[in-house]
Design a protein around this ligand. Structure first.
Ligand code: ADP
Ligand code: MG
Length: 702
């Protein structure tokens, strides 16, 4: 098996090795320059690359190609074209031109654009992203050559997740290289954002899934009482993987490995029926593409095993939700991780400067990080059951905190806690690592030895925006720092002062304690840290003057692009809640209420039957049950009417912030009011009459 693995890994990827094999030397060299150094793509090479790519794809059974892109829906989009081209004699040949490789023209009007594109302004373009290799995907449609592309409008605005990410990677590389030059690293040409996203997900029985309209339409359960057992026994986390899940994981890994995704870690997660997969980190752009592939593949492969894969952030109330821990670091083209505390004092100063830059960036732009992780589902996840709270802070571990405190207090860090083998900085990486992984599950942004882990990201969303924001805010601080340090007469003194000043001004963002404690909410408020509780409250951060400045300065988003993204988020929120509310109305009307009425009839029949058989029999139990049931039934009916009326009111509103606020403040409470009596009824109504599988059925009978 292991030998086979080395053979199949990336067998379906047109990667560098394959290009070296199949492209003329000059073409390969030119393409490599673009991929590695970000140089302009030479248009003349596209024809040659397209031809080689097509030959390879056809040899591997491909009949179609697609420009594979990531519109602002958060998922991927594709339109397949076959390679066929008719000849005069009524036959076909297989063709794929350079033009077809480089540029596609999907209709842009049917993707979210936040008002950027009117329906009649349909033209949009996809552009080949040669930094993420093309790959073959095999599914029921056959083998398709997938070409990762960026997606923009006729007027050049980004309409996707990838374009801003690529822009932000360039921005942070530029600024980090400036800083590194000051430290004498003239050999560094560029710095890559490295990302390893851990993907959490649920697997449940497909047949039961098909009986839950809420799961089908919204990805989460909108009703459901807690079963007698939840996750309190902590017996699922890292538990033995069930056979059915094991065969799923095996096929999933195989599919991913073939597409060059470095699936590495798999385990059971905290909630029953919850699992995790983590690949080995790679460049943010590829990591983001691969994460999309992982999600798509999970859904597809689950079907082969009679399972349904749930990527929603909170499929089940009351147990752990799913997130995406986004591990992030900066690595030079010479192979150095800039977030590695390192071994010599010289490098530690550089590390401390990087650390202070990240702390400052997170402190200044917590609002942007927060909005980079919003989905309607994440509102239910954050702040509960193992997920980080909505307040952004940074965990650095006790050793680094000690170093930071020394620097702030005395201007110099003379020791690390472990006996001070270093003059400045932190020496003991393994111990730091232990600290970091052990005690900070509640921290949204944690330093974990040689990388930061942003844990707020939602399980169903693209990781592109989160990394775009991290890159941009850190790039901006590095830019300011480089501006200052480049002018300094004495670099050593200046950098020392700058670290001290930055840490002093931004140490409020450091928090190593329990993020769930009420005391932290109060303390965070005293420190002036924002506590942005939900998606609707988070969205305005995208269009503040501060956001417009910083994204504009580094050419990540124009003001128009920012406004359009905010609009897309408001709309996606309103649409999601509207679908949830309508699903609840339908389930209550045609499933729950009829079932409960059937039960009340059963009780009433029983009372009547007993009374007519034995007139003085005691029917107190049935009578009480009947009263209790009808009381909840009447509450459910009142709540249903209320929900219908607010949903109707919402349907008359114009799209935008006000509509989203209405959904949050009026529709969601009405949904909660409907859920409560139905969940209570679930616990008293005859299970044989209950119309849908319960939490117990869904979570424990996989
Ligand atoms: P955890 O304890 O958080 O599960 P892991 O060691 O499993 O930690 O790492 C989680 C993810 O972090 C993996 O995808 C891994 O490849 C990634 N990772 C490790 N080092 C780095 C790095 N320097 N930059 C970005 N991601 C990294
Ligand atoms: Mg982790």
């Amino acid at each position: 098996m292991s030998e086979k693995l080395t053979e199949i890994f990336a067998i379906d990827v047109f990667n560098e090795a394959r290009m070296a094999e199949r492209l003329p030397k000059k073409t390969y060299a030119a393409l490599k320059k673009t991929i590695e150094n970000g140089e302009d793509l030479d248009p003349s090479i596209a024809e040659v690359v397209a031809n080689a790519m097509k030959d390879w794809a056809i040899e591997r059974g491909a009949t179609h190609y697609t420009h594979w892109f990531q519109p602002m829906t958060g998922i991927t989009a594709e339109k397949h074209d076959s390679f066929i081209s008719p000849t005069d004699d009524g036959k076909i040949i297989m063709e794929f031109s350079g033009k077809e490789l480089v540029k596609g023209e999907p209709d842009a009007s049917s993707f979210p654009s936040g008002g950027l594109r009117a329906t009649f302004e349909a033209r949009g373009y996809t552009a080949w992203d040669c930094t993420s290799p093309a790959f073959l995907r095999e599914d029921s449609a056959g083998v398709t050559l997938c070409i990762p592309t960026a997606f923009c409008s006729y007027t050049g605005e980004a309409l996707d997740m990838k374009t801003p990410l690529l822009r932000s990677m360039e921005a942070i590389s530029t600024q980090a290289v400036r800083i590194l030059k000051l430290f004498g690293h003239h050999d560094v040409k560029n710095v890559t954002t490295s990302v390893g996203p851990e993907q959490e997900y649920f697997l449940i029985d497909k047949e039961k899934y098909m009986k839950r309209p809420d799961l089908i339409f919204t990805g989460r359960t909108l009703f459901g009482a807690m079963p007698p057992k939840g996750q309190e026994m902590e017996d699922h986390y890292y538990g033995c993987i069930k056979e059915k899940i094991g065969t799923f994981m095996r096929e999933l890994n195989n599919e991913l490995w073939k597409m060059g995704v470095t699936a590495k870690t798999q385990h059971n997660e905290v909630a029953p029926a919850q699992h995790e997969l983590a690949p080995i980190y790679t460049s943010a752009n590829i990591a983001s593409d691969h994460n999309q592939l992982i999600m798509e593949c999970m859904k597809r492969v689950a079907n082969h095993h009679g399972l349904a894969c749930l990527l929603h952030e909170k499929p089940f109330a009351g147990v752990n939700g799913s997130g995406k821990h986004n591990n992030w670091s900066l690595i030079t083209n010479t192979g150095k991780n800039l977030l590695d505390p390192g071994k010599t004092p010289h490098e530690n100063i550089q590390f401390l400067l990087m650390l202070s830059a990240v702390l400052k960036a997170v402190d200044l732009h917590g609002d942007l990080l927060r909005v980079s992780a919003v989905t309607p589902g994440n509102d239910h996840r954050l702040g509960a059951d193992e997920a980080p709270p909505a307040i952004i802070s940074v965990f650095v571990g006790s050793q680094l905190e000690d170093v930071i405190n020394q620097l702030i207090e005395t201007g110099e860090a003379k020791s690390s806690k472990e006996g001070g083998r270093l003059n400045i900085g932190v020496h003991s990486l393994p111990e730091l690592y232990k600290d970091a992984t052990d005690r900070n599950r509640t921290s949204p942004f944690a330093f974990t030895g040689n990388k930061f882990e942003f844990r707020m990201v939602a399980s169903s969303m693209s990781i592109a925006m989160a990394n775009t924001v991290i890159n941009t805010i850190v790039a901006d601080v590095l830019c300011e720092m480089a501006d200052e340090l480049e002018k300094a007469e004495n670099f050593d003194l200046a950098v020392h002062d700058l670290i001290k000043k930055t840490l002093t001004e931004h140490s409020r963002i450091v928090f190593n304690g329990n993020g769930y404690a009420q005391a932290w909410t109060e303390e965070a408020e005293r420190r002036g840290l924002p506590n942005i509780k939900n998606m609707v409250e988070a969205i305005p951060a995208l269009t503040t003057d501060k956001a417009v400045d910083i994204f504009g300065k580094h050419h990540i988003f124009t003001p128009v692009e920012l406004h359009s993204r905010a609009e897309v988020l408001y709309e996606s929120y309103s649409k999601a809640i509207n679908i949830e509310a309508k699903t609840m109305i339908s389930m209550a009307s045609v499933q729950y209420i009829p079932a409960v009425i059937a039960y009340t009839k059963q009780l009433a029949d029983s009372i009547n039957a007993i009374k007519s058989a034995v007139p003085d029999a005691d029917v107190q139990v049935q009578t009480e049950l009947l009263r209790e049931t009808t009381a909840f039934l009447s509450k459910a009916d009142t709540a249903l009417k209320k929900l219908k009326s607010v949903v109707n009111e919402a349907s008359l509103m114009e799209k935008g912030a006000a509509e989203a606020i209405f959904f949050r403040d009026k529709v969601i409470p009405a949904m909660e009011d409907l859920r409560a009596p139905i969940d209570a009824l679930e616990l008293i109504v005859d299970k044989n009459l209950w119309p849908v599988p319960t939490y117990g059925d869904l979570l424990f009978e996989v």
